[in-house]
Design a protein around this ligand. Sequence first.
Ligand code: XIL
Length: 330
Amino acid sequence: FETNVSLAEAFQNDFAIGAAVNGRTIVSQRDLLKRHYNSLTAENEMKFESVHPADGVYTFEEADRIAAFASENGMKLRGHTLVWHNQTPNWVFQDERGGSADRQTLLARMKDHIDTVVGRYRGSIYCWDVVNEAVTDEGEEWLRPTRWLQGIGGDYIAQAFWFAHVADPEALLFYNDYNESHPGKREKIYRLVKSLLEQGVPLHGIGLQAHWNLTDPTLDDIRAAIERYASLGVKLQITEMDVSVFEFEDRRTDLTAPTADMLRRQEERYGQFFRLFREYRDVLTSVTFWGAADDHTWLDHFPVRGRKNWPLLFDTEQRPKGAFREVVSL
Ligand code: XIL
Protein backbone atom coordinates (compact mmCIF):
# COMPACT_ATOMS: atom_id res chain seq x y z
CA PHE A 1 0.00 0.00 0.00
CA GLU A 2 0.99 3.55 -0.90
CA THR A 3 2.08 5.32 2.28
CA ASN A 4 3.92 8.05 0.42
CA VAL A 5 0.92 10.19 -0.18
CA SER A 6 -0.13 12.68 2.46
CA LEU A 7 -3.73 13.64 3.17
CA ALA A 8 -3.15 17.20 2.02
CA GLU A 9 -1.56 15.96 -1.24
CA ALA A 10 -4.36 13.50 -1.88
CA PHE A 11 -6.86 16.39 -1.82
CA GLN A 12 -4.67 19.18 -3.17
CA ASN A 13 -6.98 19.73 -6.14
CA ASP A 14 -10.10 19.59 -3.98
CA PHE A 15 -9.91 21.39 -0.64
CA ALA A 16 -7.61 22.20 2.26
CA ILE A 17 -7.11 19.51 4.93
CA GLY A 18 -7.04 20.83 8.48
CA ALA A 19 -6.66 19.70 12.07
CA ALA A 20 -7.56 21.26 15.39
CA VAL A 21 -4.46 21.63 17.55
CA ASN A 22 -3.54 22.90 20.98
CA GLY A 23 -0.40 24.02 22.77
CA ARG A 24 0.56 20.41 23.53
CA THR A 25 -0.27 18.74 20.23
CA ILE A 26 1.73 21.20 18.12
CA VAL A 27 4.66 19.54 19.93
CA SER A 28 3.49 15.92 20.36
CA GLN A 29 2.00 15.69 16.84
CA ARG A 30 4.42 18.02 15.12
CA ASP A 31 5.66 15.70 12.39
CA LEU A 32 2.23 14.25 11.67
CA LEU A 33 0.74 17.75 11.39
CA LYS A 34 3.48 18.97 9.08
CA ARG A 35 3.18 15.93 6.85
CA HIS A 36 -0.55 15.56 6.43
CA TYR A 37 -2.34 18.83 7.11
CA ASN A 38 -2.20 22.22 5.40
CA SER A 39 -4.63 24.08 7.65
CA LEU A 40 -4.95 24.48 11.42
CA THR A 41 -7.59 25.58 13.90
CA ALA A 42 -6.88 26.28 17.59
CA GLU A 43 -8.94 23.80 19.61
CA ASN A 44 -9.48 26.21 22.54
CA GLU A 45 -6.73 28.81 22.45
CA MET A 46 -8.60 31.51 20.52
CA LYS A 47 -11.89 31.18 22.38
CA PHE A 48 -13.14 34.11 24.45
CA GLU A 49 -12.11 32.68 27.84
CA SER A 50 -8.60 31.94 26.55
CA VAL A 51 -7.78 35.27 24.96
CA HIS A 52 -9.94 37.66 26.98
CA PRO A 53 -10.29 36.27 30.52
CA ALA A 54 -11.07 39.60 32.22
CA ASP A 55 -12.29 43.04 31.20
CA GLY A 56 -9.40 44.81 29.48
CA VAL A 57 -7.10 41.77 29.78
CA TYR A 58 -6.01 39.95 26.64
CA THR A 59 -3.76 36.88 26.71
CA PHE A 60 -2.48 35.79 23.32
CA GLU A 61 0.56 33.66 24.16
CA GLU A 62 -0.92 30.24 23.36
CA ALA A 63 -2.86 31.51 20.38
CA ASP A 64 0.26 33.21 19.02
CA ARG A 65 2.26 29.98 19.31
CA ILE A 66 -0.31 28.17 17.19
CA ALA A 67 -0.40 31.02 14.66
CA ALA A 68 3.41 30.96 14.47
CA PHE A 69 3.45 27.17 13.95
CA ALA A 70 0.97 27.53 11.09
CA SER A 71 2.90 30.33 9.45
CA GLU A 72 6.32 28.63 9.83
CA ASN A 73 4.90 25.61 8.05
CA GLY A 74 2.99 27.44 5.35
CA MET A 75 -0.38 26.27 6.68
CA LYS A 76 -3.66 28.12 6.49
CA LEU A 77 -5.19 29.21 9.77
CA ARG A 78 -8.90 29.26 10.66
CA GLY A 79 -10.08 31.37 13.59
CA HIS A 80 -12.37 29.69 16.13
CA THR A 81 -14.52 31.27 17.58
CA LEU A 82 -15.68 34.81 18.42
CA VAL A 83 -19.24 34.62 19.74
CA TRP A 84 -20.45 31.45 21.44
CA HIS A 85 -22.44 30.46 24.54
CA ASN A 86 -19.63 28.22 25.84
CA GLN A 87 -16.12 29.05 27.04
CA THR A 88 -17.06 32.69 27.46
CA PRO A 89 -16.33 34.17 30.90
CA ASN A 90 -19.14 35.36 33.17
CA TRP A 91 -17.74 38.88 33.45
CA VAL A 92 -18.80 39.53 29.88
CA PHE A 93 -22.47 39.30 30.82
CA GLN A 94 -22.35 41.04 34.18
CA ASP A 95 -22.51 44.64 35.31
CA GLU A 96 -20.41 46.00 38.16
CA ARG A 97 -23.00 44.97 40.75
CA GLY A 98 -23.20 41.39 39.56
CA GLY A 99 -26.48 41.96 37.69
CA SER A 100 -26.90 41.51 33.95
CA ALA A 101 -24.98 43.80 31.62
CA ASP A 102 -27.25 45.87 29.39
CA ARG A 103 -27.41 45.76 25.60
CA GLN A 104 -25.06 48.70 25.02
CA THR A 105 -22.44 47.29 27.37
CA LEU A 106 -22.62 43.84 25.80
CA LEU A 107 -22.34 45.25 22.28
CA ALA A 108 -19.38 47.38 23.31
CA ARG A 109 -17.66 44.34 24.85
CA MET A 110 -18.39 42.23 21.80
CA LYS A 111 -16.99 44.92 19.53
CA ASP A 112 -13.85 45.39 21.61
CA HIS A 113 -13.28 41.63 21.67
CA ILE A 114 -13.76 41.18 17.95
CA ASP A 115 -11.71 44.27 17.03
CA THR A 116 -8.83 43.13 19.17
CA VAL A 117 -8.78 39.44 18.31
CA VAL A 118 -9.58 39.67 14.61
CA GLY A 119 -7.33 42.73 14.30
CA ARG A 120 -4.39 40.90 15.86
CA TYR A 121 -4.53 38.08 13.30
CA ARG A 122 -5.42 40.19 10.28
CA GLY A 123 -3.47 38.72 7.38
CA SER A 124 -2.73 35.41 9.11
CA ILE A 125 -6.21 34.09 9.87
CA TYR A 126 -8.03 33.91 6.55
CA CYS A 127 -11.37 32.75 7.86
CA TRP A 128 -13.28 33.13 11.14
CA ASP A 129 -16.06 31.16 12.80
CA VAL A 130 -17.72 34.40 13.84
CA VAL A 131 -20.78 32.92 15.54
CA ASN A 132 -20.91 29.35 16.79
CA GLU A 133 -24.00 27.22 17.50
CA ALA A 134 -26.64 29.95 17.66
CA VAL A 135 -29.68 27.86 16.77
CA THR A 136 -31.32 25.21 18.92
CA ASP A 137 -31.38 21.50 18.19
CA GLU A 138 -34.08 19.71 16.30
CA GLY A 139 -37.52 19.95 17.83
CA GLU A 140 -36.73 23.05 19.89
CA GLU A 141 -37.70 26.57 19.03
CA TRP A 142 -35.36 28.69 16.96
CA LEU A 143 -32.48 30.74 18.40
CA ARG A 144 -30.58 29.24 21.33
CA PRO A 145 -31.47 31.24 24.47
CA THR A 146 -27.89 32.29 25.24
CA ARG A 147 -26.79 35.22 27.35
CA TRP A 148 -25.82 36.96 24.10
CA LEU A 149 -29.39 36.65 22.82
CA GLN A 150 -30.94 37.61 26.12
CA GLY A 151 -28.68 40.60 26.61
CA ILE A 152 -28.56 42.01 23.08
CA GLY A 153 -31.54 40.59 21.22
CA GLY A 154 -31.80 38.70 17.96
CA ASP A 155 -29.50 41.10 16.09
CA TYR A 156 -26.46 39.98 18.11
CA ILE A 157 -25.52 37.62 15.27
CA ALA A 158 -25.62 40.29 12.56
CA GLN A 159 -23.71 42.68 14.84
CA ALA A 160 -20.92 40.12 15.36
CA PHE A 161 -20.49 39.69 11.61
CA TRP A 162 -20.36 43.46 11.04
CA PHE A 163 -17.75 43.92 13.77
CA ALA A 164 -15.63 41.12 12.29
CA HIS A 165 -15.93 42.56 8.80
CA VAL A 166 -14.78 45.97 9.95
CA ALA A 167 -11.87 44.45 11.89
CA ASP A 168 -10.67 42.50 8.84
CA PRO A 169 -12.46 43.26 5.56
CA GLU A 170 -10.48 40.50 3.81
CA ALA A 171 -11.40 37.67 6.18
CA LEU A 172 -13.99 35.08 5.21
CA LEU A 173 -16.71 35.06 7.82
CA PHE A 174 -18.48 31.82 8.72
CA TYR A 175 -21.49 30.72 10.71
CA ASN A 176 -20.60 27.35 12.31
CA ASP A 177 -22.86 24.68 13.84
CA TYR A 178 -23.26 20.98 14.77
CA ASN A 179 -26.06 18.50 14.01
CA GLU A 180 -25.92 20.53 10.85
CA SER A 181 -27.16 17.62 8.73
CA HIS A 182 -30.29 16.82 10.77
CA PRO A 183 -33.22 18.00 8.62
CA GLY A 184 -34.92 20.11 11.30
CA LYS A 185 -31.77 21.88 12.43
CA ARG A 186 -30.59 22.23 8.85
CA GLU A 187 -33.67 24.29 8.07
CA LYS A 188 -33.07 26.55 11.06
CA ILE A 189 -29.47 27.16 10.03
CA TYR A 190 -30.61 27.76 6.47
CA ARG A 191 -33.26 30.23 7.59
CA LEU A 192 -30.81 32.11 9.83
CA VAL A 193 -28.15 32.45 7.16
CA LYS A 194 -30.69 33.34 4.48
CA SER A 195 -32.08 36.14 6.59
CA LEU A 196 -28.60 37.47 7.40
CA LEU A 197 -27.72 37.50 3.69
CA GLU A 198 -30.98 39.26 2.86
CA GLN A 199 -30.07 41.97 5.36
CA GLY A 200 -26.74 42.39 3.57
CA VAL A 201 -24.71 41.03 6.47
CA PRO A 202 -21.12 40.16 5.46
CA LEU A 203 -21.33 36.38 5.81
CA HIS A 204 -19.35 34.23 3.41
CA GLY A 205 -19.74 30.67 4.52
CA ILE A 206 -21.32 27.97 6.63
CA GLY A 207 -19.21 25.64 8.75
CA LEU A 208 -20.48 22.08 9.14
CA GLN A 209 -18.89 20.79 12.33
CA ALA A 210 -19.41 17.15 11.27
CA HIS A 211 -19.22 15.41 14.66
CA TRP A 212 -20.50 12.14 13.24
CA ASN A 213 -20.53 8.43 14.09
CA LEU A 214 -21.25 5.04 12.48
CA THR A 215 -24.97 5.61 12.09
CA ASP A 216 -25.65 9.32 12.42
CA PRO A 217 -26.18 11.27 10.28
CA THR A 218 -27.15 9.39 7.12
CA LEU A 219 -25.29 10.03 3.91
CA ASP A 220 -28.52 11.27 2.32
CA ASP A 221 -29.02 13.82 5.07
CA ILE A 222 -25.45 15.09 4.68
CA ARG A 223 -25.94 15.47 0.94
CA ALA A 224 -29.24 17.27 1.47
CA ALA A 225 -27.60 19.65 3.95
CA ILE A 226 -24.72 20.45 1.59
CA GLU A 227 -27.16 21.09 -1.27
CA ARG A 228 -29.42 23.25 0.86
CA TYR A 229 -26.61 25.39 2.27
CA ALA A 230 -24.88 25.67 -1.09
CA SER A 231 -28.11 26.99 -2.60
CA LEU A 232 -27.54 30.16 -0.57
CA GLY A 233 -24.48 30.89 -2.68
CA VAL A 234 -22.02 30.76 0.23
CA LYS A 235 -18.89 28.64 0.63
CA LEU A 236 -19.00 25.56 2.86
CA GLN A 237 -16.32 24.10 5.08
CA ILE A 238 -16.21 20.96 7.19
CA THR A 239 -14.83 22.47 10.37
CA GLU A 240 -14.61 19.88 13.17
CA MET A 241 -14.87 16.43 11.64
CA ASP A 242 -14.67 13.23 13.64
CA VAL A 243 -16.39 9.89 13.13
CA SER A 244 -16.77 7.87 16.31
CA VAL A 245 -16.37 4.08 15.96
CA PHE A 246 -19.64 3.70 17.90
CA GLU A 247 -23.21 3.76 16.66
CA PHE A 248 -25.20 6.77 17.80
CA GLU A 249 -27.02 4.88 20.52
CA ASP A 250 -24.11 2.76 21.74
CA ARG A 251 -23.21 3.75 25.32
CA ARG A 252 -20.75 0.93 26.09
CA THR A 253 -17.71 1.83 28.16
CA ASP A 254 -16.01 -1.57 28.35
CA LEU A 255 -13.84 -1.49 25.23
CA THR A 256 -10.12 -0.82 25.54
CA ALA A 257 -9.67 -0.77 21.76
CA PRO A 258 -12.04 -0.58 18.78
CA THR A 259 -13.03 -3.96 17.31
CA ALA A 260 -12.06 -4.90 13.74
CA ASP A 261 -15.70 -4.56 12.75
CA MET A 262 -15.94 -1.03 14.15
CA LEU A 263 -12.81 0.00 12.30
CA ARG A 264 -14.11 -1.51 9.08
CA ARG A 265 -17.37 0.41 9.40
CA GLN A 266 -15.47 3.60 10.21
CA GLU A 267 -13.38 3.11 7.06
CA GLU A 268 -16.49 2.69 5.00
CA ARG A 269 -18.09 5.82 6.45
CA TYR A 270 -14.97 7.93 5.90
CA GLY A 271 -14.79 6.66 2.32
CA GLN A 272 -18.40 7.66 1.67
CA PHE A 273 -17.93 11.07 3.25
CA PHE A 274 -14.82 11.98 1.31
CA ARG A 275 -16.32 10.75 -1.95
CA LEU A 276 -19.25 13.07 -1.27
CA PHE A 277 -16.99 15.99 -0.29
CA ARG A 278 -15.07 15.61 -3.53
CA GLU A 279 -18.28 15.86 -5.52
CA TYR A 280 -18.84 19.27 -3.94
CA ARG A 281 -15.27 20.55 -4.25
CA ASP A 282 -16.44 23.69 -6.05
CA VAL A 283 -18.29 24.89 -3.00
CA LEU A 284 -16.49 22.97 -0.20
CA THR A 285 -13.18 24.68 0.36
CA SER A 286 -11.77 22.98 3.46
CA VAL A 287 -12.13 19.82 5.56
CA THR A 288 -10.82 20.15 9.11
CA PHE A 289 -10.68 17.29 11.61
CA TRP A 290 -11.18 18.02 15.30
CA GLY A 291 -7.77 16.63 16.16
CA ALA A 292 -5.08 14.84 14.13
CA ALA A 293 -4.77 11.39 15.73
CA ASP A 294 -6.61 9.24 18.27
CA ASP A 295 -3.98 9.96 20.95
CA HIS A 296 -5.76 13.27 21.57
CA THR A 297 -9.39 14.04 20.81
CA TRP A 298 -12.11 15.78 22.79
CA LEU A 299 -14.18 12.58 22.36
CA ASP A 300 -11.92 10.85 24.90
CA HIS A 301 -14.42 11.99 27.50
CA PHE A 302 -17.47 13.10 25.56
CA PRO A 303 -20.36 12.36 25.05
CA VAL A 304 -19.88 9.17 27.10
CA ARG A 305 -17.59 9.47 30.09
CA GLY A 306 -14.87 6.92 30.52
CA ARG A 307 -14.34 5.79 26.97
CA LYS A 308 -12.42 6.72 23.87
CA ASN A 309 -14.13 6.97 20.48
CA TRP A 310 -11.11 6.54 18.15
CA PRO A 311 -12.67 8.97 15.66
CA LEU A 312 -9.73 10.14 13.51
CA LEU A 313 -7.64 8.86 10.59
CA PHE A 314 -4.50 8.15 12.65
CA ASP A 315 -4.36 5.85 15.68
CA THR A 316 -3.13 6.44 19.23
CA GLU A 317 0.43 5.81 17.99
CA GLN A 318 -0.17 8.33 15.17
CA ARG A 319 -0.04 5.54 12.59
CA PRO A 320 -2.41 5.63 9.59
CA LYS A 321 -5.63 3.65 10.14
CA GLY A 322 -7.68 1.80 7.55
CA ALA A 323 -9.80 4.93 7.25
CA PHE A 324 -6.74 6.92 6.17
CA ARG A 325 -5.94 4.39 3.46
CA GLU A 326 -9.56 4.46 2.35
CA VAL A 327 -9.71 8.22 1.88
CA VAL A 328 -6.31 8.71 0.24
CA SER A 329 -6.99 5.96 -2.29
CA LEU A 330 -10.39 7.26 -3.45
C1 XIL B 1 -14.17 21.53 22.41
C2 XIL B 1 -12.71 21.24 22.69
O1 XIL B 1 -12.26 20.26 21.80
C3 XIL B 1 -12.54 20.78 24.12
O2 XIL B 1 -11.16 20.66 24.45
C4 XIL B 1 -13.20 21.77 25.08
O3 XIL B 1 -13.15 21.24 26.40
C5 XIL B 1 -14.65 22.01 24.69
O4 XIL B 1 -14.70 22.44 23.34
N1 XIL B 1 -17.92 22.36 19.05
C6 XIL B 1 -17.02 23.39 18.93
C7 XIL B 1 -15.66 23.26 19.54
O5 XIL B 1 -17.30 24.38 18.23
O6 XIL B 1 -15.15 24.48 19.98
C8 XIL B 1 -15.65 22.27 20.68
O7 XIL B 1 -14.31 22.08 21.12
C9 XIL B 1 -16.27 20.97 20.23
C10 XIL B 1 -17.72 21.16 19.83
